[in-house]
Design a protein around this ligand. Structure first.
Ligand code: PRP
Length: 205
C-alpha cells in the first residue's frame, strides 16, 4: 500500500487530504481479465453480449471489460441518480438518461463500477427486465457488501471492498479523480469548504 498526498489542485481543502492506493493499475487489469474469463465461461462461444454501462463511473471499467471479453459485444449506456447533493443514497433512483437500444432478446450484462446499497442495481434490474432481454446479469468491479440495504444480485464481482470512500478508475469525488488509473481510498479532512466542521464524514463510495 502506498500512502501519499493526493494531487489535488482542484479544491483547496483537498490539499489536506491523503489517499491510500488500494488497487494498483496492474492489479485492476489482472482482475478485469479474470472477470472477463469468468463471463466467457458462462456464455456459449457464439453469444453476442449486450453491455449496458451505468454512467458515469462505469465507463472506464466498461472500456477495459469490453476489450478483455474477446467476444462480439454491443454497448449502451444508462444514467441514473440516487444521491442528490448528499453523500448518502436517498434510495430513490431517478432515470436521467435512458437506453438508446432495445434490450429485447439480447443477452444483457449491466456493468457497474461499484455496488453499495444495491438500490441502483435493483432499480436497473427491474427497468431493464421490463424490456424482455433473453438473459440479464450483472457485473461490478467493486462490491461493498457492508453497505447493502436492498437485495440486488451481483453475478460477477471484481473486488470486495471495505466501507471506505474510494476514488479512481471511474469513481469520483465531486466529479474529479475519475481518471486515476488506480483505486485509492480518500481520507477527507473533517472540515467543510467554508472551514466549518463537517456534520457527517462518512461517504458511501
Ligand atoms: C454510483 C455507482 C452506482 C451507484 C451504486 O453512482 O456508479 O451506480 O453509485 O450505489 P448504490 O448501490 O448505493 O445504489 P453515482 O450515483 O455515484 O454516480 P456516478 O457514477 O456518476 O459517480
Amino acid at each position: 500500500m502506498v500512502e501519499s498526498r493526493v494531487p489535488f489542485w482542484y479544491h483547496r481543502r483537498m490539499s489536506e487530504a491523503s489517499h491510500t492506493v488500494l488497487l494498483t493499475a496492474d492489479e485492476i487489469a489482472a482482475r478485469v481479465a479474470g472477470v472477463a474469463a469468468e463471463i466467457r465461461r458462462d456464455y456459449p462461444e457464439d453469444t453476442a453480449l449486450h453491455l449496458v454501462a451505468v454512467l458515469t463511473g462505469g465507463c472506464i471499467f466498461l472500456a477495459d471489460l469490453a476489450r478483455a471479453l474477446d467476444r462480439p459485444v454491443t454497448i449502451d449506456f444508462v444514467a441514473v441518480s440516487s444521491y442528490g447533493a448528499g453523500t448518502r443514497s436517498t434510495g430513490h433512483v431517478r432515470l436521467r438518461h435512458d437506453l438508446r437500444l432495445p434490450v429485447e432478446n439480447r443477452d444483457v450484462l449491466i456493468v457497474e463500477d461499484i455496488i453499495d446499497t444495491g438500490a441502483t442495481l435493483a432499480w436497473l434490474l427491474e427497468h431493464l427486465g421490463r424490456g424482455r432481454p433473453r438473459s440479464l446479469r450483472t457485473v461490478a468491479l467493486l462490491d461493498k457488501p457492508s453497505g447493502r440495504t436492498v437485495d440486488a444480485p451481483v453475478d460477477y464481482v471484481g473486488f470486495t471492498m471495505p466501507n471506505r470512500f474510494v476514488v479512481g478508475y471511474g469513481l469520483d469525488h465531486d466529479e474529479q479523480l475519475r481518471h486515476l488509473p488506480y483505486i485509492a481510498s480518500l481520507e477527507l479532512p473533517a472540515v467543510t469548504a467554508s472551514g466549518e466542521p463537517e456534520q457527517e464524514t462518512g461517504q458511501p463510495h
